[in-house]
Design a protein around this ligand. Structure first.
Ligand SMILES: CC(C)(COP(=O)(O)OP(=O)(O)OC[C@H]1O[C@@H](n2cnc3c(N)ncnc32)[C@H](O)[C@@H]1OP(=O)(O)O)[C@@H](O)C(=O)NCCC(=O)NCCS
Length: 161
């Protein structure tokens, strides 16, 4: 597995990941998302946005993004999102992506706080985050729609002092 910065040529693979069953439900994805939407997202990443992908045999099987807040007084805080191809889950891809992006956050950006939201029943993701030092700070009630239900989300964060 190779972990590297995202490229514009990854848009089709990333779009497939975002919209596939087993990923879309838990990342606020929509079946209608177009490759051009993903291309625009990649193109619009700024120098304060850090996106890495995991590649196996030339195909992108996972991605993680760390986005530093644009508010000057939150400049040591970043939001994080992650996804792994449904056929490649539970093979260590997610942990490798998290380790790479948290090394960036800790040692190359020296962020104080990395935060994320996760559906309260997304046990694999919650377990991964907890194992990497994230704690649950609170619950957002009725935070987002998933398949006909308003779902609660945990707000989780990891601090480095
Ligand atoms: C959550 C996700 C990123 C984990 O990636 P992954 O590559 O499957 O995870 P890994 O194989 O690296 O496993 C890392 C840890 O995650 C946890 N985990 C992963 N799959 C799990 C499962 N099915 N049940 C319980 N824990 C699980 C475990 O703590 C695991 O560590 P362990 O293998 O030492 O027990 C992946 O399942 C995914 O993309 N899910 C769909 C999208 C999503 O939910 N994104 C996060 C939105 S907040």
């Amino acid at each position: 597995m190779n972990i590297r910065a995202v490229k514009i040529e990854d848009a089709a693979d990333m779009n497939r990941l975002r919209t596939m069953d087993g990923v879309r439900e838990n990342i606020l994805g929509m079946i209608s998302e177009r490759v051009t939407d993903t291309e625009a997202f990649i193109r619009n990443l700024s120098s304060n946005d850090h996106m890495l992908v995991a590649e196996i045999d030339g195909s992108v099987v996972g991605g993680v993004v760390l986005m530093i807040s644009k508010m000057p007084r939150e400049s040591r805080t970043a939001g994080l999102g992650i996804m792994v191809h449904a056929d490649h889950q539970r093979q260590g891809v997610g942990r490798a992506l998290m380790a790479a992006v948290l090394d960036l956050a800790d040692n190359w950006l020296m962020l104080k706080r990395v935060e994320l939201s996760v559906f309260v029943d997304n046990n694999p993701a919650v377990a991964l985050y907890q194992s990497m030092g994230f704690v649950v700070e609170g619950t957002k009630k009725f935070a987002a729609i998933r398949n006909g239900v308003y779902m609660d989300e945990y707000l989780m964060a990891r601090y480095r002092m």
